[in-house]
Design a protein around this ligand. Structure first.
Ligand SMILES: *Cc1c(COP(=O)(O)O)cnc(C)c1O
Ligand code: SF4
Length: 429
């Protein structure tokens, strides 16, 4: 139910604020949140607490797992170290937290090394460009979210490991960059979550882009989880109507506006306010495509995915990607083996109509590209994974398939070896 109260977020981003949910949590659970939350980011708001989490079902509730730090997210060793530092209270806590963070592979796909482009010798730190057609833009005021996902691969920027933060206010540089790179058709606003910004701020980023008449620019994408974490952004926020007008303006200018909405579980699609928000966005002429990673404790069941894709289609959205948990942060806690992920995807795929079979995956966003797991096959007596590049650091790799030795324990690309006695995968040569 939409409650008749001020649609203002109250945030829980440190332990002192946990009062609002103390009634739901034992002392032990609060202690764990405090300890794990001092290494990994933690932030949640009243919508998530009051409307999404079923407190009769914790700790198993998927949205509780999605937003609240859990014991298993740190190894026993790391948990012990940070718990000890907290007890000593001698100022070491932050130093130890940072050391642990660096041990959690904070830059998994080497985005800092490879993906940051330059223009006339200047490094464009707010831009990442990995695949020919799509440029990612990180507006500096959009580098936070309404709540944080416990598995987030962008987690380092929320805990203040500054050199891992990409941000820029320089829309002008973005415009120049897109002009100079005629293969680029898409600009994807991302973060964080650009929908945390005020409408006037969003407009200041979008206006130069849509007014510059860049012939190659076709689609403006907005990556967001605001439909899950703060749907009021599109309905009752003071500047919600202006935001929708802005979307209409982008479309009137002749651009395709696509929301890349992040939904992890069908429970995020049930409230009247999220349905209303979706409807309002679609009414502007924008499209909403949906994507999410598959995560143990949250959504590692085929019924969850088939239900979610069906609900999304019913609400007018287009399922787009199923991702695999990245090799960073609390990966051990969330990882599902590649084999099991494939089975879950295939079972869900069989249960929905063709209209909902637009979700590609399961896919790994790894350093060489987006790697699609197509199947497990037996070829010449050898059991193999059949894989294919959906995107590649080298555009010649896109669409190419390749084979890896079957490995039932593999959870990521770097657990795989080439099949048929080859020494290297073709993209490593
Ligand atoms: C996924 C991704 C994109 C967009 O890829 P599409 O397949 O076009 O949606 C762009 N850049 C990076 C770095 C990505 O990971
Ligand atoms: S909404 Fe996206 S960027 Fe924000 S915490 Fe979740 S996964 Fe990370």
């Amino acid at each position: 139910m939409i409650k008749n109260k001020k649609y203002q977020a109250y945030l829980l981003n440190n332990f002192k604020n946990l009062r609002q949910v103390q009634k739901y949590l034992t002392r032990e659970e609060q202690y764990v949140i405090d300890v794990v939350g001092s290494v990994l980011p933690f932030k949640v708001n009243n919508y998530v607490i009051d409307e999404l989490i079923n407190w009769d079902n914790i700790p198993n509730d998927p949205i509780f797992q999605l937003t609240f730090p859990q014991m298993g997210m740190l190894t026993k060793k790391h948990f012990g170290e940070i718990a000890h530092a907290r007890k000593m209270n001698n100022g070491d806590k932050e130093i130890i937290a940072n050391r642990i963070r660096y041990e959690l592979n904070p830059d998994p796909a080497k985005q800092n090394k490879y993906n940051i482009p330059s223009l006339e010798g200047t490094k464009l730190t707010g831009i990442q460009h990995k695949y020919d057609q799509t440029v990612l833009f990180f507006p500096s005021h959009g580098q936070t979210c309404h709540a944080y996902c416990t598995f987030c691969f962008r987690w380092p920027q929320f805990v203040g490991i500054d050199e891992l933060k990409f941000a820029s206010r320089e829309t002008e540089l973005l415009v120049d960059y897109v002009k100079e790179n005629p293969k680029v058709t898409d600009v994807l606003f991302t973060g964080g979550d650009p929908m945390v910004m005020s409408t006037s701020r969003i407009e200041s980023y979008l206006r130069p882009l849509i007014n510059s008449h860049i012939p190659n620019l076709q689609t403006i994408r907005i990556g967001t989880k605001a439909l899950s974490y703060w749907p009021y952004r599109f309905v009752t926020n003071k500047d919600a109507d202006n935001l929708l007008h802005l979307f209409e303006k982008v479309i009137k200018k002749g651009y395709n506006l696509a929301f890349m909405a992040h939904f992890n579980h069908p429970n995020e699609l049930q409230t009247p306010i999220v349905k209303k928000a979706i409807q309002r966005i679609l009414n502007t002429g924008a499209q909403i495509r949906t994507q999410a990673p598959i995560m143990k404790h949250i959504n590692d069941k085929s019924e969850i995915w088939s239900t979610m894709w069906n609900e999304q289609v019913k609400l007018g959205m287009i399922p787009y990607y199923m991702f695999i948990a990245r090799d960073t942060g609390a990966q051990n806690y969330f990882a599902v083996t590649l084999e099991r992920t494939l089975k879950i995807y295939q079972r869900a795929f069989r249960k929905v109509s063709g209209i909902a079979r637009t979700a590609r995956g399961p896919s790994m966003s790894a350093a060489p590209g987006k790697v699609h797991i197509l199947g497990i096959n037996e070829i010449n007596g050898e059991k193999v994974f059949t894989l294919k590049f959906l995107q590649g650091r080298n555009s010649q790799w896109v669409g190419k398939s390749f084979f890896a030795k079957y490995n039932p324990d593999a959870i990521w690309l770097n657990d795989l070896q080439p099949a048929f006695g080859e020494e290297k995968f073709f993209f490593q040569k």
